[in-house]
Design a protein around this ligand. Structure first.
Ligand code: FAD
Length: 384
């Protein structure tokens, strides 16, 4: 049986595993990532909204602090990653407009605005006419909206590709195989056994397996991350040159209780998302899912029916019981978590990389990440 030893082994090469590996390598650790297809995962599907303000939900004010910390780091993070790799990340500081189509939606948006103001966030209420002046493709029936200039976007596929390149340049070893089982030696995580039979030994193991994080064999039950998959379907349209600029910023709304958003990329892609479905590991694109997305998006921006439909796909958000990520040391020595980022994983990429690199080097989380310790779930406090 072949073997490899590193300071740090990261299980999972989605954006969260890759940013952890990159940041750890920059701290001087030797790092291996185990994943049969690094750089894919949910980022292949995600819209890439960096939406700390418009994604604020009641009861998630603690998460807001982490989201804002990450949003603040994005400009420097994106510049550093683009510089190291020479790649364009599609990072676009374009702002977001959240609009209402009827009286109920408007009341909901007014409540959200009040919550945002109480939380000290910058957002401005606009009339329907002011919304349409900003975005002329909006439906005439738009009743009002919130202009949030601080909520931006990045292309998650390009982000993943750039993180992969940055890892390779920093000397991270990519072991393209599944981690089949966590190896525990004398009550300490000591590495994993890969599906190809390789023993990947390490001083510390970071479990960053997205929605599969709770399924790695060998992890003692009390420290298994309580993460479940939440399916999201999206469709991608293409804006032909003659219609550009179709939309100049992200436009979103709640239509009949469902969230819908349209994210326009500089390369002409228009991402419409997303469903939120509790269906286990199913990633089927359904006629119903696509129908609902197009129906709701069409109510907001009727002109979408003219655009070529180029892609439909579904992915899985890794979701924890409180919708917030699980970061840092667990109840098992040598095992750390970086998972559970749910609908904010792209936004939380910079702060997660920094927090995990800090935890690997210092044995504890930095202040802004402390509330997200896996130990907050009681199972983790049980002896292993
Ligand atoms: C439809 C949709 C829209 C979204 N929109 C946004 C958005 O606008 N903004 C935002 O911030 N976030 C968004 N997200 C969320 C974001 O995409 C995720 O939170 C993030 O990509 C999760 O990254 P991850 O690396 O933790 O997990 P994943 O991307 O799931 O990656 C996990 C990786 O681990 C690997 N793996 C798992 N188990 C093992 C194992 N045992 N051995 C080896 N490898 C393993 C898998 O192969 C995979 O490559 C969206 C998600 C979806 C689905």
């Amino acid at each position: 049986m072949s073997s490899r030893t590193s300071d740090v082994l990261v299980v999972g090469g989605g954006i969260i595993g890759l940013v952890t590996a990159w940041r750890a390598a920059l701290r001087g650790f030797s790092v291996t990532v185990a994943d049969p297809e690094p750089g894919r995962g949910a980022a292949r599907v995600a819209a890439g909204m960096l939406a700390a303000v418009t994604e604020l939900h009641y009861g998630e004010q603690t998460l807001l602090g982490l989201n804002l910390a990450s949003a603040e780091r994005y400009p420097d993070f994106a510049a550093e990653l683009a510089d190291v790799t020479g790649q364009d990340l599609g990072y676009r500081r374009c702002g977001t407009l959240a609009v209402a189509l009827d009286a109920d939606d408007r009341a909901h948006l007014r409540d959200l605005h009040a919550l945002q103001r109480r939380s000290g966030l910058a957002s401005e209420w606009l009339s329907g006419r002011e919304c349409r002046r900003l975005e002329p493709m909006l439906a005439p029936g738009v009743r009002g909206g919130l202009r949030v200039d601080g909520d931006h976007q990045i292309d998650p596929r390009r982000l993943a590709r750039a993180l992969l390149t940055a890892c390779e340049r920093a000397g991270v070893v990519l072991h393209r195989s599944w981690a089949e089982r966590l190896d525990v030696v004398r009550d300490r995580a000591a590495g994993v056994t890969a599906a190809d039979g390789t023993a990947l030994a390490a001083g510390q193991v970071v479990l960053a397996g997205g929605s599969l994080s709770g399924r790695l064999a060998g992890v003692p039950e009390p420290v298994l991350p309580p993460v479940r998959p939440v399916k999201g379907q999206v469709v991608r349209l293409t804006v032909p040159e003659r219609y550009a600029p179709f939309l100049s910023r992200t436009v979103r709304a709640v239509v009949r209780g469902s969230h819908v958003y349209l994210v326009p990329r500089e390369n002409g892609e228009l991402v419409i998302g997303a469903t939120s479905e509790e269906l286990g590991w199913d990633t089927t694109v359904t006629a119903g899912g696509v129908y609902e997305l197009l129906r709701d998006a069409h109510e907001l921006v009727p002109g979408i029916t003219e655009l070529p439909l180029t892609e439909t796909l579904a992915g899985l958000r890794p979701c924890s019981p409180d919708n917030a990520p699980l970061l840092g040391p667990t109840g098992l020595d040598g095992l750390l978590l970086a998972t559970g980022h749910h609908r904010n994983g792209v936004l939380l990429t910079p702060v997660t990389g920094d927090a995990l690199a800090h935890a690997l080097a210092c044995g504890e989380l930095p202040d802004e990440a402390r509330p997200f310790t896996p130990l907050r779930f009681s199972r983790s406090e049980l002896p292993v």
